[in-house]
Design a protein around this ligand. Structure first.
Ligand SMILES: [Zn+2]
Length: 126
C-alpha cells in the first residue's frame, strides 16, 4: 500500500499493491504542467482511492487525456486517459519510499535543452 498527497495535503491518495515501474515523460504538455518533466506511474483505477476528490480540478489537455491537479496548491497529481481503466499518478505525490524506480524516458524529442538525460535508461523519441 502506498500513500501520498498534494503539497497542501487537501487531496490524499492511497494505492493498493506494489507500484509498477514509472516512466519519465518529456513532452511539451508534461513540461508545461510540471515545470520540468513528468514522472508518473500507471495504476488500475480499482487500486486507487482518492480522498477529497472534490479538490481535484481537471484540465482536458487533449481529446483522450485529462490532467488532474489540486485546486488549492496546484500540485500535479493525475494523468488520466479517459477511455482506459487506469490512471497515471505523479511520482512526486507519494510519501516515503516507493519501492520502485524509473523504467524509461519518453517523448525525449520534446525535452528541454537545459538538461541531459544521463541515467542510462532507454529513451523513446515519442
Ligand atoms: Zn493541495
Amino acid at each position: 500500500m502506498h500513500k501520498g498527497s498534494c503539497l497542501c495535503g487537501a487531496v490524499r491518495i492511497t494505492v493498493s499493491g506494489n507500484l509498477p515501474k514509472p516512466n519519465a515523460c518529456h513532452c511539451r504538455a508534461c513540461r508545461k504542467q510540471t515545470g520540468h518533466y513528468g514522472a508518473s506511474v500507471d495504476v488500475p483505477r480499482s487500486s486507487l482511492s482518492v480522498e477529497n476528490e472534490d479538490m481535484v480540478r481537471w484540465y482536458q489537455s487533449s481529446d483522450k487525456v485529462r490532467r488532474g491537479f489540486c485546486c488549492a496548491c496546484g500540485s500535479t497529481l493525475f494523468w488520466d486517459p479517459v477511455h482506459h481503466d487506469w490512471t497515471a499518478i505523479a511520482m512526486g505525490a507519494f510519501d516515503g519510499s516507493t519501492g520502485t524506480s524509473l523504467s524509461m524516458h519518453i517523448f525525449v524529442s520534446e525535452k528541454g535543452d537545459y538538461y541531459e538525460i544521463a541515467d542510462g535508461l532507454p529513451q523513446n523519441s515519442r
